[in-house]
Write a new protein. Sequence first.
Length: 238
Amino acid sequence: MRFPLYALQTCLTLASLGIPLPVAANPVPAVQELSVAETVAPADPSLWRNPDKPIAERVQALMSQLTMKEKFSLIYWKAPAIDRLGINAYDHGDEALHGLIRPGNNTVFPEAIGLGATFDPPLLQEMSTAISDEARARWNQGGGQHLGLNSDSLTLWSPVVNLARDPRWGRTQETYGEDPCLTAHMGVAFVHGLQGDDPNYIKVISTPKHFAANNEESGRFGKNITCDQRYLQEYELG
């Protein structure tokens, strides 16, 4: 089984900056005990941490050292440490919808519904650039180590690009409004501000949310949303 190269390209991008590869604490029971029996050779981190080597070559070098269980453990949002490879724990749980949430005290900007009312994507990009500055600073302040529960600031669960279809959802303030065109432009600007414009390295990783047609909290991790194709294509995916 070949593991997709893109799955760890982000990790290697960060590692090339001298930052320990992201991976995190409190693993699910299925991956608490990681077998190393599948490893065929001693680990040599010099290749996959070398920014002068091609990304594909570095990914393959690291993948050759990971067991199948370890590969799956890295997909989990609270990825466990893999001590034998020098990979630290990492929590993909920080957020920055209108300012970095964790760790510590950070700049707070207006909520997304107010930002949408500006109709100003360039302004939003300036704001998210400032957020990513703080996020990167927090990570550097911690010496590139795991910062705590849901606090690792190189991957941010933002922006929200769901549409404010119904105020009964209760989270319409997290959206840019009900218009798909405005939401698309504001969302793109926010992502560009977070991730930066370096041709080789991502400043921090933006993960827009949530799934299409999500607008209720009860069972939202696994609920079946039923809607007709016209609505889905013209509004949610338009």
